[in-house]
Design a protein around this ligand. Structure first.
Ligand code: ZN
Length: 244
């Protein structure tokens, strides 16, 4: 099956739409890795749009905070402001949908987790050392792990039992997942943090076992204008155009 793998939409509808347009006709189902809401101005629109497609979805730490499943004091003040606004804006039906999503699930031979296999909601896998600790938490039947949460696209490959490496990512080029175990992050649709403001996503063919990482421009200023009208914190508005 051909899968659109996306994560961390964060209520950014223009970014989500750009990803869907750019990948149109190239996939059969969405795998969404969590954080549908928080930060952005379109929580209801993003939930509604995702539900229009055949999908498997996870919840993330921002979704949990909006639902009251995580203490919002664990977030920085700007993120907290966005979470509190989202709590007032989210419609009941969409809230129920978010509440039904788990933060981790198995699609053998893949394990899907919002943050990490050992801490599905909160841990950031940003370096090889943290990746190594998490490879130890993968079961034999799930050697491929997909995560979001850091907003940084990356492939960690465990080549053999004592070597984990970063794989070079080139947009629009396929990587074959053919040797060892993997922890892969498609990056963030709605709030990239790798100094590239374009929306990130990936296409996975789980029969050919190929992964294709992509970036697409979206009208950042549309999202920013909506956030200004909602009086969202300046830093959250500004960061979108720089990708940090
Ligand atoms: Zn996130």
């Amino acid at each position: 099956m051909r899968l659109l793998v996306i994560s961390d939409i964060h209520a950014n509808l223009p970014a989500f739409e750009a990803v869907l347009n750019d990948s149109k006709g190239e996939w059969d189902r969405i795998w969404f890795l969590g954080d549908l809401v928080g930060y952005g101005p379109n929580p209801n629109e993003c939930v509604t749009l995702l539900r229009q497609y055949d999908h498997i979805a996870l919840s993330g730490n921002h979704d949990w905070a909006v639902l009251g499943k995580l203490d919002i004091n664990a977030f920085n003040p700007d993120a907290r402001t966005a979470i509190e606004w989202t709590q007032t804006a989210l419609e009941e039906d969409n809230r129920t949908f978010l509440d039904s999503l788990p933060p981790i699930r198995t699609q053998t031979p893949f394990l899907l987790a919002h943050a990490s296999p050992r801490q599905p909601v909160w841990e950031y896998i940003l370096d090889v050392q943290t990746a190594i600790l998490n490879f130890a938490h993968l079961e034999i039947e799930t050697p491929f792990c997909l995560v979001g949460h850091t907003h940084n696209p990356v492939i960690f490959q465990e080549v053999d039992s004592n070597r984990v490496v970063f794989r070079e990512l080139t947009a629009y080029r396929r990587t074959l997942l053919d040797k060892g175990r993997y922890i892969i992050n498609p990056g963030s649709v709605g709030q990239p943090r790798d100094s590239d403001p374009r929306a990130a996503y990936a296409l996975l063919d789980n029969e050919a076992m190929s992964w294709e990482y992509r970036r697409v421009e979206y009208p950042v200023e549309e999202t920013q204008e909506q956030m200004r009208q909602l009086k969202m914190p300046y830093r959250l508005v500004a960061r979108l155009q720089y990708g940090w």
